[in-house]
Design a protein around this ligand. Structure first.
Ligand code: IDP
Ligand code: MG
Length: 239
């Protein structure tokens, strides 16, 4: 996108965000403009000028201005929508335990999170030490199975991941299913792919605080990759 266009979009965005705050609810404003924005402005985001602008740039400067000025409101909707969407994003820690890795279930499990629309932002295969496993499961240290659980987690490769999306902490747990696979619903990961609680193949953070702590325990900040997925404009939206 040209510098000129960038600053024009920025100025118009401030203007319209003030108008939006004063008049109609943010979501309905976003909803109204969304379709137009997607139709007209996808090209702007991809560093391509709208055809009308590209043509008139060489032929008529006032028509050129009109060409892309007309696109600015749509740009504003897209940018505001992205901001609203970014504010609702959360991240969760998900790990495929040694039983899931050994049973060849990595792609099956990843595809369930991917197909849902969640975004992978970090991934690595590690064999945690027993001390590390004890840190990870510290809240269970008084349970009779704690020692065996930590032995098991540190017995082989674990696929550690961070997934991002709206509601991903809570919904990630839904995809995983109940702790005891005997009680997990069919259709969930544990319901479909595991039989006993001691070999329930997957871990998922159980709340925002745990998610933050577990991501911090397993990953360095630089290992978390922030990027815009090409699919996001089709996964998120308000009508
Ligand atoms: P969660 O994994 O669904 O969050 P937690 O209660 O946090 O469940 O327990 C952590 C892990 O400890 C479970 O995933 C399971 O592997 C193991 N675990 C939980 N309860 C038992 C049990 O009663 N016997 C043996 N292992 C258990
Ligand atoms: Mg837990």
């Amino acid at each position: 996108m040209s510098k000129l266009c960038q600053s024009a979009c920025k100025a118009a965005r401030s203007l319209l965000s003030a108008t939006a705050a004063a008049s109609s609810p943010r979501t309905s404003l976003l909803a109204e403009g969304r379709n137009a924005a997607l139709a007209t402005l996808t090209n702007l985001g991809r560093k391509t000028l709208p055809t009308a602008y590209a043509y008139s740039y060489h032929h008529n400067s006032s028509a050129a201005a009109a060409g892309w000025l007309a696109a600015i409101p749509a740009a504003v909707y897209v940018l505001q929508d992205q901001e609203a969407h970014a504010a609702e994003m959360e991240r969760t820690f998900i790990a495929i335990k040694p039983d899931g890795v050994q049973r060849g279930l990595i792609s099956e499990i990843l595809s369930r999170f991917e197909r849902k629309g969640f975004k992978l932002v970090a991934i690595k295969l590690v064999v945690p030490s027993k001390e590390f496993a004890q840190k990870h499961y510290h809240d269970l240290k008084d349970r009779p199975f704690f020692n065996g659980l930590c032995d098991f987690l540190s017995s082989g490769p674990v696929l550690a991941m961070v997934w991002e999306g709206e509601g991903v902490i809570k919904y990630g747990r839904k995809l995983i299913g109940a702790t005891d696979p005997q009680k997990s619903e069919p259709g969930t990961i544990r319901g479909d792919l595991a039989v006993v609680v001691g070999r329930n193949i997957i871990h998922g953070s159980d709340g925002p605080e745990t998610a933050k702590a577990e991501i911090g325990l397993w990953f360095e900040p630089r290992e978390l990759v922030s990027y815009t997925s090409n699919e996001e404009k089709w996964i998120y939206g308000v009508n």
